[in-house]
Design a protein. Structure first.
Length: 311
């Protein structure tokens, strides 16, 4: 439990800027208004949108708030706080089957543009799965970026898992082909594929992913498929736009949000889920392997709104 508790503390620390951005504003509305009226709702709405929760999630949260205020005949703005917090949490349900890939033979494609921490995420996931007793093979199929292979090899060594590929300029699909063969030969539980994410040329990316998908369908048909997009939380709305663009190129099953520490834009976690109906599955608040954890909406909301009660 130490790791989780440690993570919660880091999450609380990491969300400090987001908290200052959102919670301080909300608290001032709750204390500044003596009655619940249109202006009260407008103020809250503005704070949520400015806090990167996005229009869709904000609309849903405000609608929910109004509905419950009406049904419960609430008159005092201060009584709305819990309702608001719960409404935000409801926007982020991950779902029961979110981590199915951990428990059966699976292939996890990890995509994302350069600089978001994608290769590092693959390395950390490999280490986590290995710690859970899984047999992991990594495919270094991001052959576009010169240092990606070396960086991944370092993580693979650290985690003690096998890596296939890593030569700059190699054909990504052939790397995946070789990695599938290795995964089958080793009877691996999870094949993790680090793939390139060059969004400025979507057509190439689309073709590359199609080719990889064809190989997986043909060579590894029985494996469960998971496609995770890694996004940098510090980029806020830009991260949401990237996620949208990637979802036009391929079927995405989950989001990994890195660099949640040190950004005021942590609300983007809510926006992404709401706008795209794709769950945030992992969240990163730092450099070490323990800084990447499964996304827990309760934990997230507690770290954001109720941190004092936990400590």
């Amino acid at each position: 439990m130490g790791e989780k508790k440690g993570f919660f503390k880091r999450l609380v620390d990491g969300l400090t800027k987001t908290r200052n951005n959102i919670v301080a504003g909300i608290d001032s509305v709750f204390s500044g208004f003596s009655k619940i009226d249109d202006e009260f709702y407008e103020e809250i709405e503005e704070i949520l949108v400015m806090g990167d929760l996005g229009v869709k999630a904000t609309d849903a949260v405000i609608w929910n708030l109004k509905d419950r205020v009406k049904n419960l005949h609430i008159k005092d703005p201060a009584e709305c706080k819990e309702i608001l917090i719960n409404s935000i949490r409801e926007q982020m349900e991950v779902g029961e089957t979110a981590y199915r890939f951990e428990n059966e033979c699976s292939v996890v494609l990890v995509i994302g543009v350069n600089g978001v921490g994608k290769t590092t995420t693959v390395g950390k996931l490999a280490g986590k799965l290995k710690d859970e007793g899984k047999k992991v093979v990594i495919a270094a199929a991001d052959t576009f970026r010169a240092a990606a292979g070396d960086q991944l090899a370092e993580w693979a060594n650290r985690a003690g898992v096998e890596m296939i590929g890593g030569q700059e300029g190699a054909d990504p699909a052939s790397v995946v082909y070789d990695a599938v063969a290795a995964a089958k030969a080793r009877n691996a539980d999870v094949l993790l594929c680090d793939t390139a994410g060059r969004l400025h040329n979507k057509k190439n990316l689309m073709e590359e992913l199609k080719k990889i998908n064809r190989i997986l369908e043909r060579e590894y048909a029985h494996a469960y498929r998971e496609t995770l997009v890694v996004l940098d939380a510090t980029t806020g709305q830009n991260a949401l736009n990237q996620a949208k663009q990637f979802s036009e190129v391929t079927d995405i099953t989950g989001i990994v949000l890195t660099k949640m520490d040190g950004t005021a834009k942590g609300g983007i976690a809510v926006a992404i889920q709401s706008e795209l109906a794709i769950p945030v599955k992992y969240i990163g608040v730092g450099e070490t392997i323990d800084d990447l954890q499964k996304f827990d909406p309760d934990q997230f909301v507690n770290a954001l709104f109720r941190k004092q009660e936990e400590e």
